[in-house]
Design a binder for this molecule. Structure first.
Ligand code: PLP
Length: 417
């Protein structure tokens, strides 16, 4: 179960035209126009390799896993464990037992909140979070805090939309039992200095969960170098299928955690008097998982590793650069936040127009953007906004699409504002 070290593809530019040809949905039309998909932060589109892997698995390899003595079940089980090894390679884990398959990043964070943190929480304890967290990295902690009489301590962000180490250091105290922070903000695009944050927390003996839901599609991950205790992300944002999430956790922490959900596959022996539990990671994988989806997740991550995360990052930096240069030319448009490091997300408002209307009018031009609070209500409150428009990019996004967005916004403003 030992994973290979992460290998980065050689430095080169992405052949975006060739990549786009691999995404059937990008050839479709919306509202009679070519689809311009700028909502990859919500969910990425799927390459042919992933779509075919799903179909092929159901056609040739499908059976329930870990249970059958027959060849087909064994083949499905082998492919399942191969996917685990690929995920370990993707995050730089040396031990595939540290990969737990769940339904999504949200469930991974809930697992840590209930199985790891809740038993350790006492009244008056504190859980540190940043003001820029997605609800998935707020509400699970809040629920366990309420059950134990503990409380959330938000770490403020700067007006530029950055998280500063000093602000975290000031708030870590003897009652701090957990630090949970996003690597990349899903609204501001801010890339947080997670390596420094985890080093700081470890010096103070505080366990750290990194929400990598928005980092995994854009940045190379090496949990060895990261120094965190837990890392969560969803397959659907890294070009894989929906319904699969990944929790990476240090093996010694998983070993020490009680089971979270009970059922088949997570047990060793069951009697009405007593149940003993399976080894990790299976102890945390009760019931039949999304077998085909997990297989296709491995295919998606191999595909992304094949492009090279450094190469992907450079491509998306170019797109963000285009957006930051061209969008402010739209009269009344204000970009939200000005972080020094920004991943493939740009949110904005336009004076005198509601984000919802902007999204609807863009849709009429075949442009898909996200509008609303993006599951980050506390962040919007901090910014003094109820909603924003968010454009987000993936490996298939092009500077021409950014230009098309800018031109469409300029037309909308001229016509409706
Ligand atoms: N964390 C961040 C930063 C996100 O952007 C999201 C989803 O948008 C999540 C967590 C939750 O992901 P999921 O809905 O796949 O569980």
């Amino acid at each position: 179960m030992t994973a290979l070290p992460v290998r980065e593809a050689p430095s080169r530019a992405l052949d975006v035209a060739a990549i786009r040809a691999q995404f059937p949905i990008l050839a479709t039309r919306m509202r009679g126009r070519p689809l311009i998909y700028l909502d990859s932060a919500a969910s990425a589109q799927k390459p042919r390799a992933v779509i075919d892997a799903l179909a092929r698995f159901y056609e040739r390899d499908y059976a329930n896993i870990h249970r059958g003595v027959y060849e087909l079940s064994q083949r499905a089980s082998d492919l399942h464990e191969q996917a685990r090894t690929t995920v370990a390679r993707f995050v730089g884990a040396s031990d595939a037992r540290e990969i737990v398959f769940v339904r999504n990043a949200t469930e991974a964070i809930n697992l840590v909140a209930y199985a790891f943190l809740e038993p350790r929480l006492e009244p008056g304890d504190e859980i540190l979070l940043s003001e820029m967290e997605h609800h998935a990295n707020i509400v699970p902690w809040q629920l366990v805090a309420e059950r134990r009489g503990a409380r959330l301590v938000p770490v403020p962000i700067t007006d530029a939309g950055e998280l500063e180490l000093e602000a975290i250091a000031e708030r870590i105290g003897p009652r701090t039992k957990m630090l949970a922070v996003t690597w990349v903000s899903n609204v501001l695009g801010t890339v947080n200095p997670v390596h420094e944050i985890t080093a700081l927390a470890r010096r103070r003996g505080v366990p750290v969960l990194i929400d990598a839901a928005q980092a995994a599609p854009h940045l190379p991950i090496d949990v060895g170098a990261l120094g965190a205790d837990f890392l969560a992300f969803s397959a659907h944002k890294v070009y894989g299928p929906s319904g699969v999430g990944i929790l990476w956790a240090r093996a010694e922490l998983l070993e020490a955690m009680p089971p979270w959900q009970g059922g088949g596959d997570m047990i060793e022996r069951v009697s009405f008097a007593r149940t003993t539990f399976n080894r990790i990671p299976y102890r945390f994988e009760a019931g039949t998982p999304d077998i085909a989806g997990i297989h296709a997740t491995g295919v998606a991550l191999s595909w992304l590793l094949g492009l090279g995360l450094e190469t992907v990052r450079r491509h998306e930096e170019e797109l963000v650069g285009c957006a930051l240069e061209s969008l402010p030319r739209v009269p009344g448009l204000r970009i939200i936040g000005a972080p020094r490091a920004r991943a493939a997300v740009v949110s904005f408002t336009i004076d005198g127009m509601h984000p919802q209307d902007i999204g609807t009018l863009l849709d009429l031009e075949g442009i898909a953007v996200r509008t609303g609070h993006h599951c980050a209500m506390p962040l919007h409150e901090r910014l003094g906004l109820s909603a924003t428009v968010r454009a987000s990019f993936g490996v298939y996004s092009t500077p021409a699409e950014v230009t098309a967005l800018t031109e469409a916004l300029a037309r909308i403003v001229a016509r409706y504002r």
